[in-house]
Design a protein around this ligand. Structure first.
Ligand SMILES: C[S@@+](CC[C@H](N)C(=O)[O-])C[C@H]1O[C@@H](n2cnc3c(N)ncnc32)[C@H](O)[C@@H]1O
Length: 288
């Protein structure tokens, strides 16, 4: 795809879009999940203490730039834990996001994490390629399961979880955002600014992100989100177009607790939920 392509793309598919995502996502002030996942990690480690032959396996799906795994690393550092006998894998369909995840990887994650290009729908084949096949803690954070917008994808995904999760002690945590729950809609504001907004890059000198022309509609429980995002280089008051992006995304919307009802017969069973600030974390384990 060329710099000025008019083809539609998602918000994760160029180095500038990755930078923009990392500016906008945390500024939604809705990301309060890192301590929750750190608590899960600690609890599950006591349920199944790992060894060097059978390490504790963390799988973060839709890892993006690795926010959740970098968050676990930050918590580990605070308490002086170094991830001995823990292996972590971040999986994403967007290569540009993974590139950044890798670039910013430092201790104590370094040497313990693998960044894998792949889909949450192909967990069995992804884990077959890893040295340790069974997952102790699986995470699909920040409502990203809404990206599985085709008809039966959530069921396929839950079934894939049942193939890779460690029996008895393994847990999968899936976040559903309140803003994507039909009965709760309105309790969170989406990033959907009116008019034209300009945001400077955090990484590339002189680069400005210009976002405008937001459109969206809801059809058959799928939210279609479209907007334009131009990347502009500003020097001495002069603007030069660097990249023009026509963003188009499809996000699945949910009935309340629908994820629990569709898990019936999928190979995993619901084992409880917890509330975050703007999301519900649904826990699953392998069905008996
Ligand atoms: C909202 S972002 C979340 C990124 C990161 N986990 C965070 O919390 O900042 C959603 C991510 O899911 C990825 N994604 C979308 N569909 C996917 C799929 N089928 N399998 C794996 N990742 C997917 C996107 O590329 C994107 O990086």
């Amino acid at each position: 795809m060329g710099e000025f392509s008019t083809e539609e793309r998602d918000i994760y598919s160029s180095k500038y879009l990755v930078d923009y995502y990392d500016i906008v996502a945390p500024s939604s002030k809705s990301v309060d999940d890192e301590s929750f996942y750190w608590g899960c990690y600690q609890e599950l480690m006591t349920l199944r203490p790992p060894t060097s032959e059978d390490p504790f396996v963390v799988l973060d799906l839709g890892t993006g730039t690795g926010r959740v795994l970098h968050g676990l690393a930050a918590s580990a550092k605070v308490v002086g834990v170094d991830f001995t006998d823990t292996v972590l894998t971040g999986v994403d369909t967007a290569k540009d996001m993974l590139r950044k995840a890798e670039e910013v990887t430092k201790e104590p994650l370094k040497g313990h994490v693998t960044w894998v290009h792949g889909s949450a729908l192909d967990l069995e084949s992804i884990m077959r390629e890893q040295e340790n096949h069974k997952v102790d803690l699986l995470i699909f954070s920040i409502g990203s399961i809404s990206h599985l917008s085709e008809d039966d994808q959530p069921q396929v995904f839950l079934n894939q979880i049942s193939k890779v999760l460690r029996r008895d002690t393994g847990r999968a945590y899936i976040s559903i955002y309140d803003g994507s729950v039909i009965q709760k809609r309105g309790s969170i504001t989406f990033h959907q600014p009116e008019g034209v907004t300009e945001v400077p890059s955090m990484v590339y000198p002189g680069i400005i992100y210009r976002e405008y022309n937001h459109r969206g509609e809801l059809r058959d429980k799928i939210k279609y989100i479209k907007f334009d995002l131009d990347v502009v280089e500003r020097t001495d008051g002069e603007d030069r177009e660097v990249e023009k992006n026509r963003i188009s995304m499809k996000m699945r919307q949910w009935d309340e607790d629908e994820i629990v009802s569709i898990s019936n017969g999928s190979g995993v069973k619901f084992s409880g939920s917890s509330r975050g600030k703007h999301e519900t974390f649904y826990a699953f384990q392998v069905a008996a």
